[in-house]
Write a protein that binds this ligand. Structure first.
Ligand SMILES: [Zn+2]
Length: 117
């Protein structure tokens, strides 16, 4: 992958991570920990209602996926810095660019990803 493309991709990943971080911040959730201070669900006596419980678990689900995405993005950025980005973690072959464009967080080539699935 050439440098220009790599820089573009890095900018995309950083922007993506910023968006996830912003979302976590809104909820007072530590991106690298377990803490969640504010689920953004009104605590007005209805907090224990089924709906509030449902909302809370939905937000917690979003927080969980934001955290894991940030983690994956961090790893991808690290690989870009190390120059190992786009190299399959299993077989060491280059991951085709078209795949990285669609799924920039891929760490395996198509063949290995299929085997792992
Ligand atoms: Zn592979």
């Amino acid at each position: 992958m050439d440098k220009t493309k790599l820089n573009e991709l890095r900018a995309e990943l950083v922007a993506d991570r910023d968006g996830q971080l912003e979302f976590l911040e809104e909820h007072g959730a530590d991106p690298y920990g377990e803490e969640v201070r504010d689920l953004g669900v009104a605590n007005d006596g209805f907090a224990d209602s089924a709906q509030a419980t449902e909302e809370r678990s939905e937000i917690l689900g979003h927080i969980e996926s934001a955290r894991s995405r940030i983690h994956q993005i961090d790893e991808a950025l690290e690989r870009i810095d190390e120059g190992t980005y786009g190299v399959c973690a299993d077989c060491g072959n280059a991951i085709v660019e078209a795949r990285l464009e669609v799924r920039p967080l891929s760490i395996r080539c198509v063949d290995c990803a299929e085997q792992a699935a």
